[in-house]
Every structure is written in structure tokens, then in C-alpha cells.
Write a protein that binds this ligand. Structure first.
Ligand SMILES: [Zn+2]
Length: 577
């Protein structure tokens, strides 16, 4: 049965040779070229025009202006029914061209569409829904050259990494600066894919593998999806890619030291990245990374093989896949404490049989310094350290619900785009709640993706009497999107909205005092509050700098008085346990 279903995909030996392609398509798919955005969309339009099971939808805008398209294989005539089918059955989403200089998946997906067009109704019957974004970074795909990937073998011409506004879209899934990210959220939740593959080409070391993958951080995954991903899907893909396609599969090579004998470490798949974002919704997510120094045709073929084998696995495992995702969602609904702030645990290493090339250090002709040289005539297969484990360094309490003020439009828009269930308050009301008061954080000195990302956030949870106004939003946590909500609303999370500067206006004090006027008030305040006076005198005794600074001493009292603004450093995200 399985062999029969696979026949259509495996019926060719050389990727682009076995099909009778039109002259134009043949040219698009041949060896060392990748289509322009217009050629790509024309191809999809043509395929969709000939086949009712292949539909192409303009899903929304990109920063460039032209729409982002989604092609669905196994579509129904009515678009609403197509999306219902995708949500209610087993679905894979493939995203291509987020980095247009890495277009292996762009070409491989065209081949998938072509293959599907050749399948009979009977063959298609039990097939998962295959949803393909032909080219996500529309602006970058229009900015073509042959030079922006200095260390890459082909294709002859390709697009640029930055989008129309020079954003790296593979850092934009939470902060959503681009129209692309907003469109992506819409289509992602429209499909609720079970598996998500984001296709790329690597940078970095030289080694034998053509295809490597990034999977979600092992220790951060809920048990149900982790078991399926790491114990079944990944071993299956490794076995099949080697057996059927002659490509060995290896984890993505992030070097732990300057040379490979120092080992490799697993990538921390934060939610800002495509696959980290998919993980927040318990979608089994991969980044495929083909090796930049392998011929383009091989990179395309291995990407294609990875996609075909993933789809094939879905055919036999759709029940356990749906079940594992459901279990993961349920686990998050019951969660009371979320482990957070995962860091690579360098004490817990494994080893991995790695197929590399021997390297030597030799003098550089240019700099006269020593340079690294990989000798491809000397392949090796050795065990090297594999740093695989991440450990949580903190925890975050899971509330019963959050409350976000209606004035926080960027937050509300992002939550709404991610289909988060929210209840609008119907009248002004008062609520005893908890709030986050920011104590400290770090910033880079240069912008990162248009932001000064906050890291190492320290905070205090305070009790407040919140005045909710009509139109504010209550966000209950017993819902499928619980992991996403925690990851964006709790400011301690690495990719929270706070970290991405959504709440910076609350970090500035708006009113101060004139010391010469406040002197008398301070005396009065201490007189009325013996506890405060005790604390103040203690500090004077213990802290010499404090004792020398008139301003610091008055500010100490001011901050503990009713004159100090209650909103300073307090985020307008409230929660109730
Ligand atoms: Zn990339």
C-alpha cells in the first residue's frame, strides 16, 4: 500500500528528468537556476488553472506590496472548505524563500506541485493537505543578484535576505514588524498545520552532508510531540533519506568551538524564528538547511527528498500526529508553572558520528595569518561532542487569565492575528490583580532587527488595584494558544512583547520633584510613617554613597510616597492566578 502511494514520488531517478515538463517549466527547474517571483507565481497560477485540486490563494500583503500566495494541494473548490479541511485533517505547511538567497525549497516545491498534478484522484484520496508558500519574502525575491551569498555554490541568480524594509523575516514572527508576518499568522492559523517545514541553505563549516535539519529544542517540547518528533519522525527521515535518496541526514552544524573537534550544539529555537513560532502551537516544525557548498541541483533534490519523506510519514502516522498535538495542547491547558529561560547545558553532552572533512591550518596568501582549510580529498567519519541539552534556569507562573488594556493596540492586534480567544470587557470595573514591575534589563548598543531587544529582564510581581475600562481585554489561559500567550505576555520570556520594545513607554518616569520643595514633605512623610523612617535611617547607616547624596535620599522617600507615579516601570499587563 505504502509503495503504491509513494510510486508517484519515487518514479523518477534523476529529479528533473523523468517528467514531461513544458519547455518553460523545464527551464525554470533546470540545474542551476531559480525563478524570479513573477515566474514563480505564473507557474503556480498555471498549475492551479488546470487542476481543481490545486488552488492558489492571495493570502494578504507583503511589505513589498505584491501579495503572499499560498498554494494548497488537495484543495476543495470553496476556499472556506479548503481551510476547514486543512484544520480538521492532517496538513503540512512548507515555507519557501524567507531567505531568498536560499531558494532550494522554492524549486523543490514546484516539483511537488508538478508531481501532485500527475496523481490520479485515487492516489490523492488519503493524501495529507499540502500547503506551500511559493515565496514568502516577496521584496527580497525582487532584489536579485549573483553576489549576496559570497560563500555559496549557485544558483546563478537569487534574491536578497532582507525584505523590502531590510528586515530578516526569520526573526519577525513575534514582533510582526512586517506585513509578511501578519499575513503568515493569518495563513498559519487558517491551516493549523501538523507539520511545518521552513526551507533554507546553511552558512558555516564544510562537511560531507548535503542536508541538515534544525528541530525544536528537545527539552522545551511537551512530551507527546517530543516523543513523536525525536523517537519516530526524525529517525524515519534519517533512514529514508539515506536509503531512498542517498543523503545522510545530520543535525544542523552550529560549531561549539572554532574547529569541529570541539563538537556541535543544538540551536535554541526561540519563537522569533519560523520553527520556534510553529512550536508555540505544537506544530512539529523543522528548518531544513542544505549545505551552501554543494551543487544547487543536489540541494534542491535533498530538500525535495526531505519533503517527500515527511509527507510519506504523515500518510501512515496521521492519527498519532493529531493525537500528539492534541495531548500537547491539553498539557498546556493544565500547566501551572512553565519552565523558562533555557540555556545550553554544556555539562550534559552526547556524541555524534560525524562525517566531515579533515582540516588543516595553513598560512593565508592574503593576510599572512593562519587560515582554516578543509581538505575535501580527506573525508572522515568520527565521533564528535554533541551538545544537545538545554536546561530551564527559571520558571514562570501560569495565571488563570491576563488582562491587557485596549490602548495596547500592537499587542491586541498580534493576539487577534494569532487567533487567541479574548473577552472584551463590557463596562468599567475594578480588579485586584497582579502586575509586572520591571526592575532591570539589558540592551544592545546597536539596533537588532529594528529594535533594542531587552534581555536579562528582572522584575517584581506586585499587587495592584486595576481600573479596567470598557473595551479592555481578558485573555483566559485554558485555551489552545496558551503557550503562545505565555511566551509573548510574560516579560521574562526571551521573545515577549516587552523584550521587543512594545512596552518601552512604561519604562520612563514622567513626573519628578524639586528637592527644595520636597524637603518639607519628606520630613512630614517620615513623621507619619515610622516604618519608612526606620528603613530610611537604616539605609543611611549602611550605604555610604546614599548617605552622601541628598538627591538619592529624597528620591528614596519620594518613591515610597503617594506622589510617585504608580505606573512607572509597571506594565499594563495584569494577571489573576
Ligand atoms: Zn536561512
Amino acid at each position: 500500500m505504502k509503495n503504491k502511494r509513494m510510486k508517484i514520488f519515487l518514479s523518477f531517478l534523476s529529479l528533473f528528468a523523468a517528467f514531461t515538463l513544458s519547455a518553460q517549466t523545464k527551464e525554470l527547474l533546470a540545474g542551476n537556476t531559480t525563478p524570479t517571483y513573477n515566474e514563480l507565481i505564473d507557474f503556480y497560477k498555471e498549475q492551479a488553472s488546470k487542476d481543481a485540486g490545486i488552488q492558489l490563494y492571495a493570502m494578504g500583503s507583503s511589505d513589498h506590496g505584491k501579495p503572499i500566495y499560498l498554494c494548497v494541494l488537495g484543495a476543495l473548490l470553496d476556499s472556506t472548505e479548503t481551510f476547514n479541511k486543512a484544520r480538521n485533517s492532517t496538513t503540512i505547511l512548507i515555507n519557501n524563500g524567507i531567505h531568498p538567497g536560499e531558494p532550494c525549497g522554492v524549486n523543490a516545491s514546484m516539483q511537488l506541485v508538478h508531481d501532485y498534478s500527475q496523481m490520479s484522484m485515487k492516489q490523492r484520496k488519503d493524501y495529507p493537505v499540502i500547503a506551500i508558500i511559493p515565496g514568502y519574502n516577496v521584496g527580497g525575491m525582487h532584489n536579485r543578484s549573483s553576489y549576496s551569498r559570497a560563500n555559496q555554490e549557485g544558483p546563478e541568480e537569487y534574491g536578497f535576505r532582507g525584505n523590502s524594509r531590510n528586515f530578516d523575516l526569520n526573526r519577525d514572527f513575534i514582533k510582526m514588524d512586517s506585513e509578511n508576518a501578519k499575513t503568515f499568522a493569518k495563513l498559519f492559523h487558517g491551516l493549523d498545520p501538523d507539520i511545518f517545514v521552513d526551507t533554507h541553505t546553511s552558512n558555516g563549516a564544510d562537511y560531507q552532508y548535503t542536508m541538515t535539519y534544525i528541530a525544536p529544542t528537545y527539552d522545551r517540547m511537551p512530551e507527546a510531540t517530543r516523543k513523536l518528533m525525536y523517537e519516530e519522525l526524525i529517525p524515519h527521515l534519517g533512514k529514508q533519506l539515506s536509503k531512498e535518496w542517498n543523503y545522510d541526514l545530520a543535525p544542523y552544524v552550529s560549531m561549539n568551538a572554532s574547529r569541529l573537534d570541539g563538537g556541535i550544539y543544538a540551536f535554541n529555537t526561540l519563537p522569533r524564528y519560523a520553527m520556534g513560532y510553529g512550536e508555540l502551537f505544537h506544530t512539529l516544525s523543522f528548518t531544513t538547511e542544505t549545505h551552501m557548498l554543494k551543487p544547487f541541483e543536489d540541494r534542491v533534490r535533498s530538500t525535495y527528498g526531505f519533503l517527500v519523506e515527511t509527507i510519506d510519514w504523515m500518510l501512515d502516522n496521521s492519527f498519532s500526529l493529531e493525537r500528539a498535538r492534541q495531548d500537547a495542547k491539553e498539557a498546556y491547558k493544565q500547566l501551572t508553572v512553565l519552565p523558562s529561560n533555557y540555556k545550553l547545558d554544556t555539562l550534559r553532552k552526547d556524541s555524534i558520528l560525524f562525517k566531515g572533512y579533515e582540516w588543516v591550518d595553513k598560512p593565508s596568501e592574503i593576510t599572512k595569518q593562519s587560515r582554516l582549510f578543509y581538505d575535501r580529498s580527506k573525508p572522515f567519519s568520527n565521533y564528535i561532542p554533541h551538545y544537545f541539552s538545554y536546561s530551564a534556569n527559571d520558571t514562570v507562573d501560569v495565571p488563570a487569565y491576563y488582562v491587557v488594556g485596549a490602548q495596547e493596540k500592537k499587542t491586541i492586534e498580534a493576539l487577534a492575528l494569532n487567533n487567541v480567544e479574548m473577552i472584551e470587557t463590557s463596562a468599567d470595573t475594578m480588579l485586584f490583580a497582579k502586575a509586572f514591575k520591571i526592575i532591570d534589563f539589558s540592551n544592545g548598543t546597536k539596533p537588532y532587527e529594528g529594535h533594542y531587544l531587552h534581555t536579562n529582564t528582572q522584575l517584581e510581581i506586585i499587587e495592584i488595584k486595576a481600573h479596567l475600562k470598557k473595551g479592555d481585554w481578558i485573555i483566559p489561559m485554558k485555551q489552545d494558544k496558551a503557550y503562545y500567550i505565555l511566551s509573548v505576555l510574560d516579560p521574562r520570556m526571551e521573545d515577549s512583547f516587552f523584550a521587543w520594545n512594545f512596552y518601552d513607554s512604561y519604562l520612563q518616569q514622567k513626573e519628578y520633584f524639586s528637592p527644595y520643595v520636597f524637603e518639607e514633605k519628606a520630613v512630614e512623610l517620615l513623621k507619619r510613617n515610622p516604618e519608612l523612617e526606620k528603613e530610611f535611617r537604616q539605609k543611611q547607616k549602611e550605604d555610604a554613597d546614599f548617605n552622601e547624596s541628598r538627591w538619592e535620599q529624597l528620591y528614596f522617600i519620594y518613591k515610597r510616597s503617594p506622589y510617585y507615579e504608580p505606573t512607572h516601570n509597571v506594565l499594563p499587563i495584569y494577571f489573576v492566578k
